[in-house]
Write a protein that binds this ligand. Structure first.
Ligand code: ASP
Ligand code: MG
Length: 416
């Protein structure tokens, strides 16, 4: 079994969907699972729709129409006859979506969000499956919610591995199956999502549960680069990467692979290929069990960070008990600490500036601690650093915090 994951950019228009068929024809199978994301930026639009619906904003209808016409544009280009059966499926899907946003918003926000946002993957996988069949890549469509079973943690479903493995063995047999990334099903048969950009993780879950030979993630970059081309000009392709390095890089925020993807693959030693759908002849990157490679410095750059410094109000030492209170608060609020450091009197953390969660956290912290913070901070992580690369990225910056270990350095900084 091989698993292929096509992200939003690789199915963003009719030409992209045709390209998916070309890629699949290069891999005659026989057995494959094709995991697809929502088309283009549909998930963002569906998020806006969920928001508009839940908070009773006026633009609900407008956003719905935008999503509808985008998908019909692609459908009409791929199936010009308009009598193809796929039109019925898509009409039905939009009917379900419309019904969701006409309900009373009686459920909690995160649950409502998942019931709405899931439609992106359900629709795109229908279109891709139908088109592949047209293009003689014979496949069947599968509702992944019947296989990937999760608890009821909406927007961050936790996988029930035992049940998922059993269902995957039953339902993912021979031939090519086209299914959705990002989604799971709860015991009460509600939909969960696995966290934004979670389709990579879905591919890994299905690979793990079917003992797949490998997973390929098709992206709009040539593979894993040593830095995000958005921030750095002169990036290099890393052809081979150990699981450990890949896990470290995604932990620190490299966005090329969803952080949860690697563990299930590493556990079963399933190689992960990251390749370009624009240039499918090239090998890209393979992540597998191997010695740490000859290191080249890798950069991870995060903007819009807040550096928070927390100290006891009476200037006493920061002790274990304070730290455990502080960590509990961050974890309860679901705020990820991107780096941290402590001294005798204060504990500093760098986190994403999340306007929905952070003000409340700071207010709670202030009941017990003195809290100072600095926003508009950049956080750079360099794995396999050397002095030259440090100098390069810190030129013209004030370094507010620096955390260094043998292989990795993190610096929170601001323009000087
Ligand atoms: N469509 C989802 C998102 O944009 C999942 C994914 O693309 O991996 O977050
Ligand atoms: Mg995506």
């Amino acid at each position: 079994m091989r698993v292929f994951k096509f992200g939003g950019a690789s199915v963003k228009d009719a030409a992209a969907v045709r390209n998916v068929a070309e890629i699949m024809k290069r891999f005659p199978g026989p057995d494959a699972i094709v995991v697809v994301s929502a088309m283009g930026k549909t998930t963002n639009d569906l998020e806006a729709l969920a928001d508009a619906f839940y908070y009773r904003k006026k633009d609900t209808e407008h956003i719905f129409d935008k999503i509808l016409s985008y998908h019909y544009g692609i459908l009409n280009a791929l199936f010009p006859g308009k009598d193809h059966a796929v039109y019925r499926d898509i009409e039905e899907s939009f009917g379900i979506l419309e019904a969701e946003i006409e309900k009373e918003a009686a459920l909690p926000y995160d649950q409502v969000y998942d019931q709405i946002v899931c439609m992106g993957e359900l629709i795109s996988s229908r279109i891709v499956s139908a088109y592949l069949n047209e293009a003689k890549v014979k496949n069947r469509w599968l509702d992944v919610r019947d296989v990937i079973r999760t608890d009821s943690t909406y927007r961050e479903g936790k996988v029930n591995w035992e049940l998922t493995e059993k269902l995957a063995r039953e339902k993912l047999g021979e031939g090519i199956t086209v299914t959705q990334g990002f989604l799971g099903g709860t015991p009460e048969n509600y939909t969960t999502t696995l966290g934004r950009e979670g389709s990579d993780y879905s591919a890994a879950i299905l690979a793990y549960c079917t003992d797949a030979d490998d997973v390929t993630i098709w992206k709009d970059v040539p593979g894993v680069l040593n830095a995000d081309p958005k921030w750095f000009d002169d990036t290099r392709l890393i052809e081979q990467l150990s699981y450990q390095d890949a896990i470290e890089l995604s932990y620190y925020g490299a966005t090329v692979i969803h952080p949860k993807t690697l563990k299930p693959l590493q556990n079963k030693k399933i190689p992960l290929y990251v390749r370009s759908f624009l240039d499918p002849g090239k090998m890209g990157t393979v992540i597998s069990e191997q010695q740490l490679q000859l290191p080249i410095p890798c950069f991870i750059f995060k903007v819009n960070q807040v550096l928070i410094s927390i100290s006891p109000k009476d200037f006493s030492f920061i002790v274990e008990e304070n730290l455990s209170d502080i960590f509990r608060l961050f974890s309860q609020q679901g705020i990820k600490i991107n780096t941290m450091q402590n001294s005798a009197l204060s504990f500093s953390v760098c986190v994403e500036n999340d306007l929905r969660k952070l003000p409340q956290l700071i207010e709670t912290l202030r009941k017990k601690f003195r809290v100072l913070y600095n926003d508009q901070v950049e956080l750079v992580t360099i794995r396999y650093y050397d002095q030259a690369t440090i100098d390069r990225v810190t030129a013209g910056k004030n370094i507010l915090l620096e955390v260094k270990s043998r292989y990795t350095i993190q610096m929170a900084m601001k323009n000087a």
